[in-house]
Design a protein around this ligand. Sequence first.
Ligand code: FE
Ligand code: FE
Length: 279
Amino acid sequence: MSGPLDGLSQWDDFVEQRYMPGKEQDQFRQYDEMTPAGVKEFYRLNHANQTREFVLRKKREYTGLNRAQMSTWEALDYLNTLVDDSDPDTDLSQIEHNLQTAEAIRRDGHPRWMQLTGLIHDLGKVLCLYGEPQWAVVGDTFPVGCAWSDKIVFHDYFAANPDGNVPLYQTRTGVYEEGCGLDKVDMSWGHDEYLYHVVKDYMPEPALYMIRYHSCYPIHREGAYSYLMNDDDREMFEWVRKFNPYDLYSKSDGKVSVAALRPYYEDLIREYLPEKLRF
Ligand code: FE
Ligand code: FE
């Protein structure tokens, strides 16, 4: 897995730290000194390389879904072959993170489709197994083709992004129109957008928003880019915000037994998803 992070989960851990409940706003702003060098380097690469041209190229490359056909569970198992270099004792496998998210949602009595969303939300990380660098798989996502909000973490690193030299991309709305709706907006490329394309014909709309925008911290946590959103986005982002704590804070929950939970989730998968998904 190429990149400066010890593993993909190092980014998740960084986000979890940033949004720790009860943390003061100014503490939040001081992440600079406290951030591990590998995480900073990861954001430096992400912000320098996620250009509009790059995003459009990756969309062409991947959203035709001609790479593989896998059942949902096969995809979870495949994703699980991605092993983080960080401490294996404290670190969750990919399948455990997905199951813990789902279980926390289930425990709180949320609908079955939302439980399933928890189970599959990070499946797009298989991009890493296709050889994509970490900075093109995880990281806070943001719109490309318009000015970068200063609410995006490590905003200074955008100085190295070639889109800074394209005047149209540096205006408030850029290539978009005021209130055009996020569906028309190209977001930085990563596991969120990819999985959205894999499941977009099968899951209910709130689930698709959770999947597509769960890493979009500038919008769902920081309130940026409201001028690109429409009323439907605003309504649906309530669901994205509802989902986020389960993604961020379920890691400390007790161990999950993959084998014991599998039958329940296989039923749930059958309820919404086809036998094979196209990736
Ligand atoms: Fe994710
Ligand atoms: Fe996640």
